[in-house]
Design a protein around this ligand. Sequence first.
Ligand SMILES: Cc1ncc(COP(=O)(O)O)c(C=O)c1O
Length: 469
Amino acid sequence: MEHADWTAEELREHGAAALDWVARYLENIRERPVLPSIRPGGLLEAIPAEAPLEGEPMEAILADFERTVLPAVNHWNHPRFHGYFSVSASGPGIVGELLSAALNVNGMLWMSCPAAVELELAVMGWLRRWLGLPEAFFGMIHDTASTSTLHAIGAARAAADPDLRENGARPGMVLYTSEHAHSSVEKACMALGIGRKNVRKIGVDSAYRMRPDLLGRAVAEDRKAGLRPFCVVSTVGTTSVTSVDPVREIQAVAAREGLWHHIDAAYGGAAAMLEENRWMLDGAGEADSLVMNPHKWLFTPIDCSAFFCRRPDALRLAYSLTPPYLASQEDPKAVHLMDYRIALGSRFRALKLWFVMRHFGFRKVCSIIRQHIGWARELAEEIRAHALFEVAAPVTMSLVCFRLKAGDEATRALLRKVNESGAAFLSGNVLDGRFVARIAIGNIKTTREDVRQTWDAVRRAGEELAGGA
Ligand SMILES: Cc1ncc(COP(=O)(O)O)c(C=O)c1O
């Protein structure tokens, strides 16, 4: 029988060429500038407006990939990509992703692919134990932390207002989070119709941790005003400075006030797996939900966001709806993931995480993360010891926020200079009204030498700017 797709022989040939390209790319990635020098619209102009009428040979497509696409790629997998939260796709994760594309299953229902559903539940069980969460937490995988948090807040609201499913949302529902929480919390409230004006940004202490006393006060004031407090979101590893909100104390307020407590540990969850960092998630076992992103600091290719929820009944209340064509097994062991989320279908994301967790194992994963944290502390010491620089926030994980003492303009110029050099990529932020540069360490291929090279590039740029260069 004729078909249009490749023969096994063609797949072998082109697949081997692509895999060889991947191996060479990763082997020689340090030779590339971390960021491309391309202006907005540059790639768009280079791509024809019309897709081809007749097919083209793979060689031509791969050559164009190298010539046209690659020059516009930010090399996130580069060991000196330190911007945002530095991440990496490890070898086992890449292989897992490849196999999942080949299987091309959809994990919407148990019967749509038992393996996708049950491996997802199994690896979420593994990760739950790595995080030290109790068995009562049901785990599933979303694409991003933003989606996980949206699901948590939607479920929290449904739990507080069971009529919502039929009648729509009541007004006046109020959510609390810290002024350093990720924008995804507020965005979820916009999308869910809660409204930004019903998001209370609770103040922080001198280490950027949410203040439980201010939380309690805000809830009391809102109740007095006739509003309906329903949810608090704490953060373990804030994006700005990786501060850790006092989870246990926030949980105490949540329990007293009947609030759903969601923990955003998208980045910090990985750090909290280390024995010496267990305090970071102290009290999390009593919270209602938690997100941790393996695609951030667990060496898994994007996308993979682990969402844990102690109240799966609330997820079902908020998100289950089964049209007749999807009616399926009633067996309680047959879990249908579509009942716990907005999306019907999902990729087989668990496979890549399973490869990563099995291949490295808990001890190795912890030792890599521990090294990253150690290098961040060493780097902070170097920065502190230099007359031109200062560290801008405590280093709790593997993020170092710093600036030039000369001020915002100088720090912005420093960032531009380092990033344009291609030696490393750092991102910036505004902290307490002042501009700071951020160096995050989180790539599995990063070595101590890479961190030293990054610091050399930063130091040199700072000294040149101070010397008027
Ligand atoms: C603490 C925190 N929460 C949530 C997010 C959003 O992550 P995602 O891109 O997976 O939605 C980020 C992104 O950096 C983050 O740092």
